[in-house]
Design a protein around this ligand. Sequence first.
Ligand SMILES: Nc1ncnc2c1ncn2[C@@H]1O[C@H](COP(=O)(O)OP(=O)(O)O)[C@@H](O)[C@H]1O
Ligand SMILES: [Mg+2]
Length: 177
Amino acid sequence: MTLFAITGTPGTGKTSVSEELRSRGYSVIDMNVHIREHGLLGELDAPRDTHEVDLDDLNDSLQGYRDSDDLYLMDSHLSHFMDCSGIIVLRCRPEVLAARLEARGYGCAKVLENVQSEVLDVILCEAMDSDIPVYEIDCSEGDASASADSVEKILKGETSDYTPGKTDWSEEMDRWF
Ligand SMILES: Nc1ncnc2c1ncn2[C@@H]1O[C@H](COP(=O)(O)OP(=O)(O)O)[C@@H](O)[C@H]1O
Ligand SMILES: [Mg+2]
């Protein structure tokens, strides 16, 4: 099995990096499409404006990719909950993330909720809560192409620059809480 998770708070760059990787010939699973195609979209969680997804069912639905000899990557903020070979957590400096989410048209509450989650390393902590190797890429600067270069390095085993703990947004805590 070679199935890698690309995860991170909304706005960190998962989809842009995935598009870049696809253009370089990688197979990246768009998990939103996968979830819909497999009938895994659960009930609407109206206050959060998201649909619930059963993580066990989602994990099971990926078995075909695991059984394959080919490399697959997953684009989703849920991908780090899946059984996989490695987890790549994309990170973004809080003020940069806030600007990206505002530009996307998110309201204040939704921007704040996501920025707070990023400041608190929520997805990184969830990812570290498994025995799967975790890597971290700071996507605050540069562009999706540079971030895709970093993903490629990780896939080649050049992981030393991407060990978790190199990003630290704790200085921004007061500003967002
Ligand atoms: N280094 C970088 N890596 C990835 N995306 C970046 C980077 N710098 C700027 N961006 C921009 O940030 C935005 C990220 O949005 P998107 O890829 O949709 O994030 P996500 O899928 O994680 O919600 C895009 O507009 C992208 O062009
Ligand atoms: Mg996305």
